[in-house]
Structures are given as C-alpha cells and as structure tokens.
Ligand binder design. Structure first.
Ligand SMILES: Nc1ncnc2c1ncn2[C@@H]1O[C@H](COP(=O)(O)OP(=O)(O)O)[C@@H](O)[C@H]1O
Ligand SMILES: Nc1ncnc2c1ncn2[C@H]1C[C@H](O)[C@@H](COP(=O)(O)O)O1
Length: 227
C-alpha cells in the first residue's frame, strides 16, 4: 500500500500550500508531491520577467507583476482542472490578491486605478468553471525570526536586500489574512513541528492530518449537495 492509500487521500485531491515568503512552501510542495506521487504546480521565480525590477522599484512595476502572476496562476489552475486534480500547488491565487496586491495598494505603491483593474480581472477569472477551489489549503507558519533567517539562507539577492520592515509587514498581514480566510478548508502547520531536511519520515504525521481533513471536508460537501 502506498502512502496516499495508507492515509486515504483521494487521487484527485488539490492541495495548496500557503504562507509568507521563505516559510518553506516549495520545500513542502516537493515533499508532499513525492510522498503522494502527485503533480506539482510551482511559482516560477527564475524566469519571472518582472520580479527583479519590482524589488528595485515597487511603484513602477507592482501592477505589471500582479498581472503577470495572475496570468501564470490562472494557466496553472486551468492545467489542474484539465488533469482532474492530483496536484500540490506552491502558493494560492488567494494570496496574490489578499496579501500582495492589497499591501501595495494600501502602501501607495499601486495606484487605485491599477488596483481596481487588477481586482476586476481577478474576480472575472476566479468566477469561472476553470477555477477549482482546493480541497485543502495548508498554511505554514513560524516565528518571524525563523522566516527571515530562511530568506537570508536561501539567498535570492533581490529578497536579501529588501528591508526587514517589508517582510515584517507581510508576516503580520499573513496572520490577519489566515484568521479570516474561508474560501476552502485550512490545515495550519507550524514549521517547528516537522523537519523535512533531517527527518524524511516527518511527512507522515502531516499526511495523516491531510487525509483526515480531506475526508471530513468531502463528507461535508456531499451533505451540502444532498440538501
Ligand atoms: N523544514 C525545513 N527545515 C529547514 N529549512 C527549511 C525547511 N523548509 C525550507 N527550508 C529552507 O528555507 C528556505 C526557504 O524555503 P522555500 O521552500 O524556498 O520557501 P518558500 O517557497 O515558502 O519561499 C530554503 O533555503 C529552504 O531550504
Ligand atoms: N503576487 C505577488 N506579488 C508580489 N510578489 C510576489 C507575488 N507572489 C510571489 N511574489 C514574490 C515573493 C518572492 O520574492 C517570490 C516567490 O515567492 P515564494 O514565497 O518564495 O515562493 O515572488
């Protein structure tokens, strides 16, 4: 019996990993996909044509970057839909609007006109049959110091040279955002409760929780349909 069967995780599940920059989403995405033999949907950082410019000048590039991310994420959503699930997704589309676009608008680094255009586009794209909401959003959380250490350790120059106040504001916004998030079921995991680097089998308790959550939420959904 493989791990997916052992923990009763349906093979058409869609699991999204959310959390602030550097918290460990990509690492978790790889580990879960590997354990479950699922496909992955990653954020492409190296080939993003706007990201470096954006970090150098938020005001000039924030709208361009948001539209780029939205288009990329929408293509990924469409792919997940066409495959019929069985995916682990690195970061949710909800974070683009709920964290990044909002933060830049509220800080004055995205104009109201651009923010309204972006929000209209987001709403038009999300209200389509191509948009499968995930079965589960896994929210990774840890202390601010741990997160900043990981950003430094990973070593992307554009992030290392961004002031800590940017990461701190993002960290606080994430905490408020997740407390009010209700678009799909959430499983919160603290990064100090597992260590995928040193203990490979620390994925198993996470798989157990995922199986439990998805079973429960699918039972709920089928009850709602019967009603
Ligand atoms: N469980 C872990 N223990 C220790 N270091 C980790 C762990 N998960 C991720 N890291 C390290 O933290 C950094 C950021 O991880 P990454 O998965 O790229 O984060 P994200 O995708 O959330 O930005 C990387 O250097 C990675 O090797
Ligand atoms: N929607 C976004 N707006 C601005 N910046 C974003 C957005 N989504 C991701 N990013 C940035 C943040 C990081 O520098 C890289 C990759 O994120 P990570 O959390 O490391 O996967 O892109």
């Amino acid at each position: 019996m493989n791990l997916r069967e052992k923990y009763l995780i349906p093979n058409d599940s869609i699991i999204t990993i959310a959390g602030t920059v550097g918290v460990g989403k990509s690492t978790m995405t790889k580990a879960l996909a590997n354990a479950l033999q699922f496909k992955t949907s990653f954020e492409k950082v190296d080939t993003n044509p706007y990201l470096e410019n954006f970090y150098a000048d938020f005001e000039r590039w924030s709208f361009h970057l948001q539209v780029y991310f939205l288009a990329e994420r929408f293509k990924e959503q469409k792919k997940i839909f066409e495959y019929g699930g069985g995916f682990i997704q690195d970061r949710s589309i909800y974070e683009d609007t709920g964290i990044f676009a909002k933060m830049h608008y509220e800080n004055g680094t995205m104009s109201k006109t651009d923010y309204d255009t972006y929000t209209n586009l987001f709403e038009a794209m999300v209200m389509t049959p191509y948009f499968p909401h995930p079965d589960l959003l896994i929210y990774l959380e840890g202390s601010f110091d741990e997160v900043v250490d990981r950003i430094q350790e990973r070593g992307r120059e554009m992030e290392k040279s961004t002031p800590n106040s940017y990461w701190e504001e993002m960290y606080n916004r994430y905490s408020n955002w997740i407390d009010n998030f209700n678009a799909c079921p959430i499983l919160r995991i603290n990064i100090s409760d597992y260590d995928l680097m040193k203990k490979e089998d620390s994925i198993e308790p996470i798989l157990e929780k995922i199986g439990h959550f998805i079973q429960q939420s699918r039972r709920w959904k089928s009850r709602e349909i019967i009603k």
